[in-house]
Design a protein around this ligand. Structure first.
Ligand code: MLT
Length: 326
């Protein structure tokens, strides 16, 4: 109040000089959301759904930019190093912000320190999937075939550090198998090859595969969650199918670079919270099998705690599986 009175007394020009040019109201131009995988995959799909709705609340378009490579770490590195002004955010996930440190000893970011967490977007179940004519009709037969013919099958994933790589590394470590592994720039492209029968199997997020499984263009042997998914009621859990030890799921979340101003972060989190309450947005995410976090689960603090827990969880699993990139 005293500053205001002083300003009035000495003339507003003095005040302008004293406090500097006012920052225009954030956001005053479109916001870039980096998706660290190719278009058409689960990360891209979730980002476009939630980004579109966030943009409506923020009053500026949220524009997805696909920056793929190195299992998502290329795009996330770019995001982490971008200007912390709220105009570059990123969609990360359990791979880029959980598994990556164990897989990349020289990773150029620390998921627990180099970001301002905006909030969790969706939990996603993991399915063991295969091409339509894979010679197995259930998980038991799939496992038997993999163990008997490891040199005849290849697994598709989205690069070291991706969710698909991380979860299938865990699967193959449990099974004691080592098949050929084919890296793609995302599980959008790898799913196309699975449908075409160019690759044999994979581990992918439900949001990516639900329509192909429903259409019968690929097989899903099991979902690695305690319960079946409401959108794929006929797909058994790994426990029901005889592989209870394979329990894993993924998540997608929005991050900004560290040191992004608090008022900007509050607007970004507010827009995310509102997007996840929007009916049409919820319907699109739920139809894809997403699990939408409650209000408490959407806070920046909850996301920070999740990242710290996931990094601690995945590091020993992946090191034991010898999955580190040299
Ligand atoms: C992953 O495997 O990390 C993602 O499913 C890749 C993607 O979103 O394309």
């Amino acid at each position: 109040m005293t500053r205001l009175l002083a300003c009035i007394a000495t003339g507003f020009l003095t005040c302008f000089a004293a406090v500097g040019p006012a920052r225009s109201e954030y956001p005053d131009r479109p916001i870039t959301m980096i998706v660290p995988f190719a278009a058409g995959g689960p990360t891209d799909t979730v980002a476009r759904i939630v980004g579109e709705q966030m943009g409506k609340t923020l009053g500026q378009a949220v524009v997805v930019e696909n920056v793929s490579g190195a299992g998502g770490t290329t795009g996330i590195t770019r995001g982490a190093q971008s200007k912390p002004d709220g105009y570059t955010i990123m969609m990360g996930h359990m791979g880029t912000h959980g598994a990556a440190p164990a897989l990349y000893p020289t990773l150029k970011y620390d998921p627990t320190k180099d970001f301002a967490p905006v909030g969790l977007v969706a939990g996603t179940a993991i399915l063991i999937i295969a091409k339509k004519d894979f010679p197995a009709t259930n998980l038991k037969e799939f496992v038997a075939y993999l163990k008997k013919n490891p040199d005849k099958v290849n697994e598709a994933h989205a690069g070291v550090g991706s969710v698909s790589f991380t979860t299938c590394t865990m699967l193959q470590s449990i099974l004691g198998t080592k098949t050929a592994r084919v890296a793609y720039r995302g599980t959008g492209p790898s799913l196309n090859d699975l449908v075409a029968g160019q690759v044999d199997f994979g581990c992918d997020q439900i949001v990516n595969v639900v329509s192909q499984v429903q259409a019968g263009t690929i097989k899903a042997f099991a979902v690695a969650s305690p319960q079946r998914s409401a959108v794929l009621k006929d797909v058994p859990t790994t426990k029901e199918a005889g592989l209870p030890e394979f329990q894993v799921s993924a998540w997608n979340a929005v991050f900004a670079p560290k040191d992004t101003p608090k008022d900007v972060m509050a607007k970004l989190n507010g827009a995310l919270v509102k997007a996840l309450d929007d009916g049409a947005t919820r319907t699109r995410l739920l139809e894809l099998g997403s699990i939408i976090p409650d209000r408490a689960g959407r806070s920046p603090e909850a996301l920070q705690a999740l990242v710290e827990k996931e990094v601690a969880r995945w590091t020993p699993i992946l090191k034991a599986a010898g999955a580190t990139v040299n």
